[in-house]
Ligand binder design. Structure first.
Ligand code: BTN
Length: 243
């Protein structure tokens, strides 16, 4: 992973560029598309991803998980989240949590966001573009009051060229675990790192707020939340965390 590297000094979105590359040529699995300056970074739910030029890691990996059925695609989120947790925990032990489905938090602040875009063919995944934004050296965030970075958390700067191969190494290890069929173990580790698991929290769904407790995930990666009315599973767009 990352042996084929496409670097562009500037682009709108590495996810969009990686998608084009994956469709145009016989792009190899593991191809990494990275930029110094992402001008229109895409976030989840149509949001914008802010990243100052040359301060952070913004890249996308082209994956071809032919072994993974489309209805298990959430396992790619699990893999990338765990890899980020592995990488960050080396620098900030005991403080890294995963907010379902794929935000990485340290002390309740978001340090990394993940946008995985899958191209399906029937029940299979043809291409998966795993886009990762990791706040490394940026110390002020205009568009988010709850963002943080490695530099803010540890008070030091990190050369991006050193950090990229470390992070990609963790992604490769976790991806290989998935390919070898360790789904259950991966999900177990993901659940163990889940933000606010087993704690009462306010959520909203269909415009109504309610109290619930995160239990686990169902077979297709939906969040199972226990409320006074029993357990219900929610898809990504069906539930929000409130404050
Ligand atoms: C989110 O938390 O909303 C997801 C943010 C994902 C940002 C990364 S940066 C590299 C890749 N290219 C994009 O346009 N988005 C992802």
């Amino acid at each position: 992973m990352g042996k084929n590297l496409v670097f562009v000094p500037e682009c709108r979105s590495t996810n969009t560029l990686a998608l084009q590359i994956s469709q145009q040529s016989a792009a190899k699995e593991g191809t990494l598309v990275i930029t110094d300056h992402q001008t229109a970074g895409k976030g989840q739910h149509g949001n914008h991803w802010e990243a100052e030029p040359r301060q952070n890691l913004t890249f996308s990996l082209i994956l071809k998980p032919a072994f993974l059925p489309a209805n298990r695609q959430f396992l790619l989120n699990v893999v990338i989240c765990l890899a980020l947790k592995d990488y960050l925990s080396e620098k900030i032990p005991d403080a890294v949590y995963i907010k379902w489905p794929n935000d990485i938090l340290v002390h309740e602040r978001k340090i990394s966001g993940i946008l995985i875009e899958n191209q399906l063919q029937g029940a299979s995944i043809l291409n998966s573009i795993a886009g990762i934004g990791l706040n490394v050296n940026q110390t002020a965030f205009r568009s988010s009051a709850t963002a943080t970075s490695l530099a803010l958390l540890t008070g030091r700067a990190y050369p991006l060229d050193n950090e990229l191969p470390l992070l990609v190494g963790y992604i490769e290890s976790r991806y290989l675990q998935l390919r070898q069929g360790y789904d259950r173990a991966l999900i177990g580790e993901y659940l163990a790192a889940l933000y606010r698991r087993h704690k009462r929290h306010t959520f909203s769904a269909d415009g109504a707020a309610f109290e619930g407790v995160i239990e686990d995930l169902d077979q297709i990666g939906r969040l199972r939340v226990r409320t006074d009315d029993g357990i219900r599973a929610y898809g990504v767009k069906e539930i929000r965390y409130e404050h």
